[in-house]
Design a protein around this ligand. Structure first.
Ligand SMILES: Cc1ncc(COP(=O)(O)O)c(C=O)c1O
Length: 515
């Protein structure tokens, strides 16, 4: 069974249902009546016959509920909720009521008016219906009580009924994936934003020169639909074929574009965890069956022995949030069947070394793709640019909009790939690693033990003898943002900062831990 909008081409079937229920069973009408509401939600049985439906009128469709005056003019109206006799007792009525309330909610109505048959008022009340018993009225042999429901009182009932939800809006408002601990909402240059993983250094002088000197033309001129100059610069800098690169506006945009084209409801995915929160969020939203495997040394053996059982393998290397790096992934990957798509996120790979990336391996592989954000190691978080490396087997068929990486982003990314820029970034990575080592050393002194050996610009550490949440809150009160680390007990994740801010951050932690 499925729940879906009823198209105009099928309103005659609703008329038959109305005839059976309203005219024959309930003697409400003496003749056949048509459903005139433009919004109809139906439940279809396994033979694609309509087993029940609910109709909704918006204010502009005209309200029919009697005794409801102008003060209700901004509400929508539930009409004609009915389920055919042989489908009753399965919760379909509740599902239709829920779907009508969800429609009202996603359409922006706060109230829904309607009338309950007198024998069903108690049932309506389970959804929060407030009846006006003094205003009851009759149609044929039926008595109705008008009233209203508050849309905000909606309680999810989905899951209790074996019906697939095929309406264009989801059964419940999806939870957004949370990033950081609030620093992105604060506009103050003085705060420390160690809750997000932005680069602790500025973009290269070549990038900043463009921002100063030549931006006017970048704003005005149209964007090349295929970012060929950027792809050439990447191919040259990374030593891979230009047609094995797909550029996108950030790696998050790439994963949100590619995964729904690769995977679908029920796809089996092996996800190495803990991981960047968007991965489980997106895979679960698609409806994939996700098996989580912890990022221990055995991961390579697990990938080698069980990887081929999956439609996809997703991992971040070096990992976020731990910063741990798995150095012999190729050993596992070569046993994975070509039918298993492998996505390796190398956002922080520069912290491991110059020649450790699997981009070249992916470029020759029929099933492995490397995703590389330019947000972090090129300090271009606000610019939104990233790329995939893989052979045409995986990349050629991917659909994406034209012009989706702006001219400005393309130009700045090209400037970030010049030989001088590459030298600059390599120096910044070395400096950041010094900052991270210093942080690990100083935090240990305060009783915060780093998890693993981080190969990235951030660290995750366990808070001994204190509560991680309280530490995060105490620092936030001083304008220092760090965050609790997902996936580890009583731990925090701290992103490195330039030296001055790092010292301020460490001093605040020291003070908190040693009052
Ligand atoms: C592992 C990982 N991949 C991707 C991203 C997001 O990158 P982008 O800015 O390219 O969307 C992040 C951000 O923190 C990350 O940690």
């Amino acid at each position: 069974m499925k729940i879906e909008f009823v198209p105009s081409s099928r309103v005659d079937e609703l008329a038959r249902l109305r005839m059976a229920i309203l005219t024959k069973e309930m003697a409400q009408y003496t003749t056949a009546t048509k459903e005139t509401s433009p919004i109809r939600i139906g439940i279809y049985d396994s033979s694609d016959r309509i087993a029940g439906y609910v109709a909704i009128n918006r204010p502009e469709d005209g309200h029919k509920t009697p005794h409801i005056d102008d003060s209700w003019k901004d509400a929508c109206e539930i009409r004609g909720l009915m389920v055919s006799r042989n489908h009753r007792g399965q919760g379909l009525g509740s599902l239709l009521m829920y779907a009508a309330l969800r429609f009202a909610q996603v359409s922006g109505y706060t109230l829904m008016i309607g009338s309950a048959r007198d024998t069903l008022v108690t049932w309506y009340q389970t959804f929060g219906f407030i009846p006006y018993p003094d205003e009851s009225y009759t149609i044929g042999q039926q008595t109705y009580i008008p009233g209203y429901l508050r849309v905000q009182d909606i309680r999810p009932i989905i899951g209790q009924c074996p019906v697939s939800w095929c309406l264009p809006f989801p059964p419940a408002t999806p939870n957004a994936c949370v990033h950081g601990n609030g620093s992105t909402e604060v506009n103050d240059t003085d705060i420390i934003r160690a809750d997000v993983l932005d680069a602790p250094f500025l973009p290269s002088p070549d990038v900043r020169r463009i921002v100063h000197d030549a931006m006017d033309m970048q704003y005005i001129r149209t964007t090349p639909p295929d970012p060929i100059h950027l792809k050439n610069a990447l191919a040259e800098a990374r030593g891979v074929r230009v047609d094995h690169i797909l550029v996108g506006p950030g790696s998050s945009a790439l994963m949100y574009t590619v995964f729904p084209q690769w995977f679908s409801r029920g796809s089996k995915i092996l996800l190495v965890t803990p991981t960047y929160a968007e991965y489980p969020h997106l895979l679960n939203s698609i409806g994939c069956q996700v098996d989580e495997v912890p990022e221990t040394r055995d991961v390579v053996d697990i990938i080698a022995s069980r990887g081929s059982e999956y439609d996809g393998i997703v991992m971040v290397n070096p990992n976020s949030p731990s910063g741990s790096y798995i150095d012999d992934l190729e050993r596992g990957l070569k046993h994975v069947d070509i039918t298993t798509r492998v996505w390796i996120d190398e956002t922080y790979i520069e912290y491991v070394g110059q020649h450790t990336s699997l981009e070249k391996y992916a470029s020759r592989s029929p099933n492995v793709v490397v995703c590389k954000s330019m947000s972090k190691c090129y300090a271009l978080s606000g610019v939104r640019v990233a790329y995939l490396v893989g052979s045409g087997v995986q990349l050629e068929g991917i659909l994406h909009p034209p012009w989706w990486v702006s001219r400005v982003a393309q130009t700045l990314a090209i400037a970030a790939l010049t030989p001088q820029s590459r030298v600059y970034y390599a120096e910044q990575i070395i400096e950041t690693k010094k900052i991270v080592d210093y942080m690990i050393h100083m935090l240990r002194k305060c009783g915060l033990e780093t998890i693993g050996s981080p190969m990235a610009s951030y660290i995750t550490c366990m808070v001994h003898g204190n509560d991680a949440n309280s530490l995060v809150d105490a620092l936030k009160a001083q304008g220092i943002y760090i965050r609790v680390a997902r996936g580890y007990p009583n731990s925090v994740r701290i992103a490195s900062q330039p030296w001055r801010k790092t010292r301020r951050l460490l001093a605040a932690i020291h003070e908190y831990m040693n009052p």
